[in-house]
Design a protein around this ligand. Structure first.
Ligand code: 13P
Length: 248
């Protein structure tokens, strides 16, 4: 099964309309011949300007979250329809920072994921354990729950992108080793196979995220189960192009 690699940036709460557009203009020629899918997930307020800046390039613009309801009294949230108005193709869902700082739960992740799928937006569903969980030997148990509850009711799991982001490696400069990331992502694929079907699991793009950078991307991307990256800090600079071109 050939899975097309997918490198996505997550700008988090960084950049402005001006600095973001400048970066996209500089990145565009550097990533134009990529052999992978390329996206930048940006703060909601920047989506219109970044969509404009990325027009005519192979950089897709994604969101950092999406709400499940069509519309209504959900102050501060953004709907699928609002994202689709700007051609948004991807939405990160259940990022560890949303879970840690904003109380997002697997149940909410599930509702957001189902809404995105129903609206033709590819959800990038984030899973991953904390340092205490890894050291306590419960990584697999944590992932089991995040996957089972987060993906409940999904009809075609191949339409979901999974990002394995160990919380201890996100924004810390501490990366999982190639072997650690491979082992855990292979476990995630096996679990998806059990929850859905083994053949479906072979089609699912699973990214690694957590201090992935221009220096360590080749080793991570060489692992058989790692299909891409969700890049935080390094997506705020031209290093992102080096990661996109990991195979060159
Ligand atoms: P860093 O690449 O900055 O560690 O962030 C990873 C991440 O959380 C991407 O979603």
């Amino acid at each position: 099964m050939i899975r097309k690699p997918f490198i996505a940036g997550n700008w988090k709460m960084n950049m402005t309309a001006e600095s973001g557009a400048k970066l996209i203009k500089e990145l565009a020629p550097l990533v134009a011949n990529a052999n992978c899918d390329v996206a930048l997930c940006v703060p909601a307020i920047l989506i219109p300007a970044m969509t404009e800046a990325a027009k005519g390039t192979n950089i897709a613009i994604g969101a950092e979250n999406v709400h499940w309801a069509e519309s209504g009294a959900y102050t501060g949230e953004i709907s699928c329809a609002q994202l689709k108005e700007y051609g948004v193709k991807y939405a990160i869902i259940g990022h560890s920072e949303r879970r840690q700082y904003f109380g997002e739960t697997d149940e909410g992740v599930n509702k957001r994921t189902l809404a995105a799928l129903a609206n033709g937006i590819t959800p990038i569903v984030c899973v991953g354990e904390t340092l205490a969980e890894r050291e306590g030997g419960v990584t697999e148990k944590v992932l089991d729950k995040q996957l089972a509850d987060g993906l409940k009711g999904v009809e075609d799991v191949a339409k979901v992108v999974i990002a394995y982001e160990p919380v201890w490696a996100s924004g810390t400069g501490r990366t999982a080793t190639d072997a650690q990331a491979q082992e855990t992502i292979a476990y995630i694929r096996k679990k998806i196979g059990q929850l859905f079907c083994p053949k479906c699991a072979e089609k699912v793009i699973i990214q690694y995220g957590g201090s992935m950078n221009a220096g360590n991307c080749k080793g991570l991307m060489a692992q058989p189960d790692i299909d891409g990256g969700l890049i935080g800090g390094a997506s705020l600079k031209l290093d992102f192009a080096t990661i996109v071109n990991f195979d060159k």
